[in-house]
Design a protein around this ligand. Structure first.
Ligand SMILES: Nc1ncnc2c1ncn2[C@@H]1O[C@H](COP(=O)(O)OP(=O)(O)O)[C@@H](O)[C@H]1O
Ligand SMILES: [Mg+2]
Length: 633
C-alpha cells in the first residue's frame, strides 16, 4: 500500500482512473468477443456465398467449354478484398482453373482432397485449415452430373484486422476519456480538497505554536459543508484562545500572589525536594532563588532546622495534618543577630484530595522577638532610672542635714588642726554626693520647654555621670569647648544625645583609650546663614564595618548582644531632627596601616524660633512620640 496516495485529491483521482480503466477494459473485452463472433459467422456466410456464386457462374461455361469465361469468373471472384485465391477442380480434385498464375504451382493438398469426400450435393461446405485458412467448396452440377468443384480460399486475417481496428479505436477513445474525466475530476477534487488542506494546515499550526494566534481565523472560501466546518473550526480556535488567555491570566495571578506575598513561601514534593519558592523565602535563606529548585531543605538550611522541617513534611504527607506550626531559631551572619522564624507547614491537595505537595509559610519574627526583648530591657532601665531619681531625691534631705552638721562641726573651737582638715574633706565629698544627686535628678526630669543651656550643663553633667566608668577604664577625655557658651534647646534631650554618644564611645574604646569632645560656634553645611554650634564626639575605639555603619540609626540595631538595645542612636537621631540639626558619622575599623575610630558630628542651630513649629508638630503627633520606647524617662 506504499503507492496509495495520502491525500484525498489523489485518492479520488486514482480511484477514478482505476474504475474507468476497468470498465473500458471490460467494454473492450465484451465488444471484441461479440465482434469476433459476428465477424467469423459473416465471413463464413460470405465464403459460402462466394463459392456458390463461383459455382453458378462457372457451370454454364463448363458445359459450353468456354475456358476463357471460366477463367474470367475465377479472376472476378478473386478480386474481392478478403479472397486469397479461387479455383475450379474437376470431380477428382484436379485443378482446372485458378486465379493464380500457374495451375501447377498449387495442386490440392491431401487435406483438401479429403474434404471433397465430405462435400454433399446441394450443400455448402466450408472448412478450416490448421493454419487458420478457410476454404469454401461448392460442387458444380449439371442436373445430376457432377462437373467439378468451385473453391474459394479466404484471407481470415482480413476480418481479424477489422476487429483490431475497432479495438484500437475503443482503447484510444477510452484513454482520451480517462484523461479528460481525470482532469475534470481533478478540478472538482481541488475544490473539495483546498478547504481541507487549509483546515489541516490550520490544525497543525495550532498544535505546533500553541501561544501565537497564527493566521487565524482561516478564510472561508467555499459555501458548502467544508465552509461550515471551517467556520466551526475558527469558532473553536477562538474559544480555545479565550480559555487559554483566561488560564494564563489565572496562572500569572497565582504567580504574582506567590511572588509578591510578603511572607516566605516554599513547596516540596513527595521526595521532599523544593518545587516552588518565592523571593521572600530566598531572601530569608540567603540562597539565590534558582538554587532552591530540585534541592532538599537540608541542602539550604542548618541540619537541625532542616530535620525539624522534614519531619513536619513527612507528617503532612503521611497523615495529611492540616497545619503544623514550628518556631525555628538560627544564627545569621554578622552583623545580623539570631533570627526567629515562625513556620506553618500544610498540605497542598489535588482535586482528588491527595497530598500533592507540602507547603510552608515562613514569617520572620526576629524583629518582633527582638523588640519584645528590648522593650523588657527598656522597661527595666526606665524603672531603674525612676528608682535612681527617687533615691537621689531621698538622699537630698539627709545630705542637707549632713552638710549642716559638718558646717557646725567645722566651726567647733575645740577641734585640732588635723580634725579640722578631715571635716573639710568630709564636707567636700558630701558636696560631691549632693552634686551627683542633683545631676541625676536633673537628668531624670524632662524639660518640657526649650531654653538656653550652657555647654557645661549639656556636656559636663553627662560626663560626670560616666566618671566611674571613665576612670575604671582609665579613659582620657579631651574637652575642647567653652563651658559658658549657651545654646537654645531642649536641654534634657540634648543631654540624652550626649549620654548615648559617650556611652557608645566608652563601649568601643579599650582601656587607656581616648575620647574627644569639642564644640565650636559654626554654621550649617547646607545653609551657611544658619548659625549654631557644631559638636564633635570622637573616640579611638574599634570603629565600624561599613555594613554596621549603614544601619546604626535603625531602631533595635545593635551589635552588643546582652547589653545593647539598639535604641540609643535611633533616639538621638530623632532628637537632632526635632532640633532641625544634623548628625553625621565617620568611622573606620582597624586596618593594617591605620588606627580605628569613630567621629560623630552634630550641628545644632542656635535658633530661638525653631521651637514654635516643632512644638506644634509634637502636639500633632503626640501618640507617635509616646509610642516609641525611649531612654528619656
Ligand atoms: N562609637 C562607636 N564605635 C563603634 N561602634 C559604634 C559606636 N557608636 C555606635 N556603634 C554601633 O552602633 C550600634 C548601635 O548603637 P546604639 O543605637 O547606641 O545601640 P546600642 O548601643 O544599644 O547597641 C552599636 O551596637 C554599635 O555597633
Ligand atoms: Mg548605645
Amino acid at each position: 500500500m506504499y503507492l496509495w496516495p495520502r491525500t484525498i485529491r489523489w485518492q479520488m483521482l486514482l480511484g477514478l482512473v482505476l474504475i474507468e480503466t476497468l470498465s473500458i477494459a471490460l467494454f473492450a473485452f465484451l465488444l471484441t468477443d461479440y465482434l469476433q463472433d459476428r465477424v467469423s459467422s459473416r465471413a463464413h456466410s460470405r465464403l459460402e456465398q462466394q463459392s456458390l456464386s463461383l459455382a453458378t457462374q462457372a457451370s454454364q461455361p463448363i458445359l459450353d467449354h468456354r475456358g476463357d469465361l471460366i477463367q474470367q469468373a475465377v479472376k472476378l471472384q478473386a478480386g474481392f478484398g478478403s479472397v486469397v485465391r479461387t479455383f475450379i477442380t474437376d470431380p477428382t480434385g484436379k485443378v482446372l482453373f485458378t486465379s493464380e498464375d500457374t495451375a501447377a504451382a498449387h495442386p490440392l493438398t491431401a487435406e483438401e482432397l479429403a474434404q471433397i469426400r465430405q462435400v454433399k450435393p446441394d450443400a455448402l461446405h466450408v472448412f478450416q485449415f490448421g493454419d487458420g485458412r478457410q476454404e469454401g467448396i461448392q460442387p458444380i452440377y449439371n442436373g445430376s452430373v457432377l462437373l467439378g468443384y468451385a473453391w474459394v480460399e479466404s484471407y481470415t486475417q482480413w476480418d481479424k484486422d477489422l476487429v483490431s481496428v475497432v479495438l484500437r479505436a475503443t482503447v484510444l477513445f477510452g484513454g482520451g476519456w480517462i484523461m479528460l474525466s481525470t482532469f475534470l475530476a481533478w478540478l472538482v477534487a481541488r475544490r473539495f480538497s483546498r478547504p481541507l488542506t487549509l483546515l489541516h494546515a490550520g490544525t497543525r499550526s495550532l498544535m505546533s505554536m500553541p501561544q501565537g494566534s497564527g493566521n487565524f481565523p482561516l478564510p472561508v472560501t467555499v459555501k458548502n459543508e467544508f465552509g461550515d466546518l471551517i467556520i466551526a473550526f475558527n469558532r473553536m480556535v477562538a474559544s480555545i484562545a479565550e480559555q487559554r488567555a483566561g488560564l494564563s491570566d489565572t496562572l500569572s495571578l497565582l504567580d504574582s500572589m506567590l511572588a509578591n506575598a510578603p511572607i516566605g513561601l516554599a513547596f516540596v514534593d513527595r521526595n521532599l525536594r523544593i518545587v516552588r519558592v518565592n523571593q521572600v523565602f530566598a531572601t530569608l535563606t540567603g540562597v539565590p532563588l534558582s538554587r532552591h529548585l530540585g534541592r532538599t531543605v537540608s541542602a539550604i538550611m542548618s541540619p537541625e532546622a532542616a530535620a525539624r522541617l522534614e519531619d513536619a513534611f513527612q507528617q503532612v504527607f503521611s497523615q495529611k495534618i492540616h497545619n503544623i506550626e514550628i518556631e525555628l531559631l538560627g544564627e545569621g551572619p554578622a552583623p545580623i543577630r539570631d533570627w526567629t522564624w515562625l513556620v506553618s507547614v500544610y498540605p497542598v491537595l489535588t482535586s482528588q484530595e491527595h497530598v500533592r505537595w507540602a507547603g510552608m509559610i515562613v514569617r520572620d519574627v526576629s524583629e518582633r522577638v527582638r523588640a519584645e526583648e528590648t522593650l523588657r530591657k527598656t522597661e527595666k532601665l526606665a524603672a531603674t532610672g525612676r528608682l535612681a531619681a527617687s533615691i537621689a531625691h531621698e538622699i537630698n534631705n539627709p545630705l542637707e542635714a549632713l552638710t549642716n552638721i559638718l558646717f557646725l562641726l567645722r566651726n567647733f573651737s575645740t577641734l585640732d588642726a588635723q580634725a579640722h582638715e578631715y571635716v573639710v574633706m568630709a564636707e567636700h565629698e558630701v558636696r560631691r554626693v549632693a552634686e551627683i544627686a542633683q545631676q541625676t535628678l536633673r537628668f531624670y526630669r524632662q524639660s518640657t520647654l526649650p531654653g538656653r543651656a550652657t555647654l557645661a550643663e549639656l556636656i559636663d553633667s553627662v560626663l560626670d555621670l560616666y566618671r566611674g566608668r571613665l576612670s575604671n577604664q582609665s579613659i582620657n577625655v579631651d574637652r575642647g569647648f567653652d563651658p559658658q557658651q549657651t545654646v537654645f534647646c531642649y536641654s534634657g534631650e540634648i543631654r540624652q544625645v550626649f549620654a548615648n554618644l559617650f556611652g557608645n564611645a566608652i563601649d568601643a574604646v579599650p582601656s587607656g583609650g581616648r575620647i574627644l569632645v569639642r564644640a565650636r560656634p559654626s554654621h550649617d553645611w547646607r545653609q551657611p546663614e544658619l548659625k549654631g554650634i557644631r559638636f564633635t564626639v570622637a573616640d579611638s575605639g574599634s570603629g565600624m564595618e561599613p555594613e554596621v555603619r549603614a544601619r546604626i540609626f535603625e531602631a533595635f540595631f545593635t551589635t552588643k548582644d546582652a547589653t545593647g538595645t539598639g535604641l540609643g542612636l535611633w533616639v538621638s537621631y530623632e532628637i537632632i531632627q526635632k532640633h532641625h540639626g544634623t548628625i553625621r558619622v565617620r568611622s573606620r575599623s582597624a586596618g593594617s596601616n591605620h588606627s580605628s575610630g569613630t567621629v560623630f558630628q552634630i550641628f545644632l542651630p542656635d535658633d530661638e524660633t525653631f521651637s514654635a513649629p516643632t512644638q506644634l508638630a509634637a502636639k500633632r503627633a503626640p501618640k507617635d512620640e509616646s509610642a516609641r520606647p525611649s531612654l528619656q524617662s
